[in-house]
Ligand binder design. Sequence first.
Ligand code: NJP
Length: 246
Amino acid sequence: MSKLLDGRVALVTGASRGIGEAAALALAKAGAHVIAVARTGEGLARLDSAISLGGGTSTLMPLDIKNASGIANLAKTIDMRFKRLDVMIANAGILGTGVPSDQIEPAVWDDTIAINLTSNLHFIRAMHPLLKKSDAGRAVFVTSGIAWRGLPGLAAYAASKAALNALVQAYAIENESTKLRINLFSPGATLTDLFVTAFPGADMTTVATPEDVAEKLVEACLPNLTENGKVYEFRQKKWLSLMPPA
Ligand code: NJP
């Protein structure tokens, strides 16, 4: 029986745990060959075993995404082996800091911006030519509702995601007339390490599982997707426009 993403080549960042791991597994179940990026070898190896167990295939790419030349080299490797990239889920992210804005250490700020924002520019620069070689390139960038809200203690995180929104919106508009479809995805509260660190006192029974979120992430990668320059809001289960302020 054919699957929705049979034969597609899909890159997922932050695939060693949480939403990225679940998304990588779901993409493989849908038939894609998954290129899994993260720093933690153990998490990547666990993903690889789970994908193999389900009859899928993956390539593990241990990489710190702060390393721009590492991302450029990864693109060269993908080009040599696959000649194209059909799907990119740019999901890796960190929370940064839990302290008020006036106490944010510059090094923590820089790290948060480097991972949550600048790495995605490097992925766009490196992977764009490969996505264009696909007959239906799909890029999905994982943002956060916190970008739209001031949440005490999460200024660096909010700023990095708000800037990511602006970057991705521009990238999507630039490619409106191409075969690429480029969007943001806002998962909302999801039971992962990041969420537990951010909200240790939260009622964990009411938050989404990474597997629920992954199912919708896969839908945002399908060749027949028409949305572009939008954000999928997981809790509302709908695509929203990034509206300017009134
Ligand atoms: O986080 P977590 P989530 N180089 O901590 C990777 C957004 N979001 O799944 O390198 C390479 O379980 C890290 O891998 P490793 C959120 O902002 C979440 O919750 O091995 N990879 C791991 O695989 C983020 O964009 C919620 O440590 C790096 C992954 O990132 C995305 O969802 C709500 C890296 C993080 O896994 C996934 O977050 C929301 C680096 N330098 C948005 N640094 C939520 N969970 O509630 C980190 O609205 N990674």
